[in-house]
Design a protein around this ligand. Sequence first.
Ligand code: BEZ
Length: 210
Amino acid sequence: MNNLRLGDIAPNFDAETTQGSINFYEWLGDAWGVLFSHPADFTPVCTTELGTLANFKEEFLERNVKVLALSVDDLDAHMAWIKDINETQNTEVNFPIIDDSKRVVSQLYGMIHPNEDATMTVRSVFIINPKKQVKLILAYPASTGRNFYEILRVIDSLQMTEYKALATPANWEYGEDMVILPSVSNEEADALFPKGYKAVKPYLRLTPTP
Ligand code: BEZ
């Protein structure tokens, strides 16, 4: 199993998808990316997840994020399953799904957790920034569908904190106060955050969204 960690460079790969052959890096270009694994085609939770993902298309587009799904079934199965997803989830699947029937990408990204299931992937999420660094890794069991609002919330946090000396507190939502990193002195904070900040404690300083 690949031991991919935050900050690592996301491995590149070539793959066959429901929208043609892709090279991951070329397909990503300068965008952010989210790579999702789904345990298997024609399964109930995965059907709702892919439908939800398709319905969130505009949310991902607004954030300059490209979405790529993966399941260990083949292209014929994916194409037939997409029809079911569109019909039952009232949507149109509008992102590529990788044919990973040979488990190449699943192994590369450590999406198969053998003590959970020997052949199917767990529900992995990798968020990758435009420098191709892995910024978030999630692994959910097959029995638990993911919360796509949470994935958008993390993307907002990552994009708001990438180049600023800021972090986001518990349950933060876009637009709410952010936290100034402890490594920033008060003098630096005065210069960096013209909207000001409130020091609840010397190490807990809140500032409005820039
Ligand atoms: C599902 O997507 O519903 C599912 C997939 C694999 C195992 C269990 C549930």
